[in-house]
Write a protein that binds this ligand. Structure first.
Ligand code: IMP
Ligand code: MG
Length: 175
């Protein structure tokens, strides 16, 4: 059977949710500047759309991490493949993630970033799979809580494919 994608969250719903998150963040950070950290590659699409909806001044930085695992789950040993360009000192930082699964990657990352003297450090994720959590990570902004299914689209990939889909879908027909 060939791979097909079943829509889980349609484009309009994702867009509406991102607008809602942008509004909330703009209210919470009124009078401040917010420094968004995009975790490559998965959160690129979400970060761009969210940043466009935030009305307080925004600065952006990028980080790439890889977590050694067996393909379907991460080990918790995280390698920083590309670090941030700028210091976090005194900044109001929000880490932007595509999905939080076991929580291992973000648990490690929030520890590392917390040591860089930001004024504040929060976490925003488009998707959350709470049933899969093995590390306790505090998530400040969540788009959608989803069941334990492997999803693609809006930045999320399966073997580097489907990141460009404008909706969240489930891959069916995997061997
Ligand atoms: P964690 O350390 O288990 O929380 O790993 C989170 C990372 O695993 C995410 O940033 C994704 O790169 C990847 N991931 C987890 N679940 C999915 C999924 O359903 N689809 C695509 N990637 C996923
Ligand atoms: Mg990721």
């Amino acid at each position: 059977m060939a791979e097909t994608i079943r829509v889980m969250i349609p484009e309009e719903e994702v867009d509406a949710k991102i607008a809602e998150l942008g509004k909330k963040i703009s209210e919470d950070y009124a009078g401040k500047q917010v420094h968004l950290i995009c975790i490559l590659k998965g959160s690129v699409f979400f970060t761009c759309e969210l940043a466009k909806r935030i009305t307080v001044p925004v600065s952006l930085d990028f980080m790439s991490v890889s977590s050694y695992g067996d393909g379907t789950s991460s080990s918790g040993i995280v390698k920083i493949a590309k670090d941030l360009d700028e210091s976090l000192e005194g900044k109001d930082v929000i880490v932007i993630e595509d999905i939080i699964d076991s929580g291992r990657t973000l648990y490690y990352l929030m520890e590392v970033l917390g040591k860089r003297q930001p004024n504040s450090l929060k976490l925003c994720t488009l998707l959350d799979k709470p049933d899969r959590r093995v590390r306790d990570v505090k998530v400040d902004y969540v788009g959608f809580e989803i069941p334990d299914e492997f999803v693609v689209g809006y930045g999320l990939d399966y073997a580097q494919k489907y990141r460009n889909l404008p909706y969240i879908g489930i891959v069916e027909g995997l061997e």
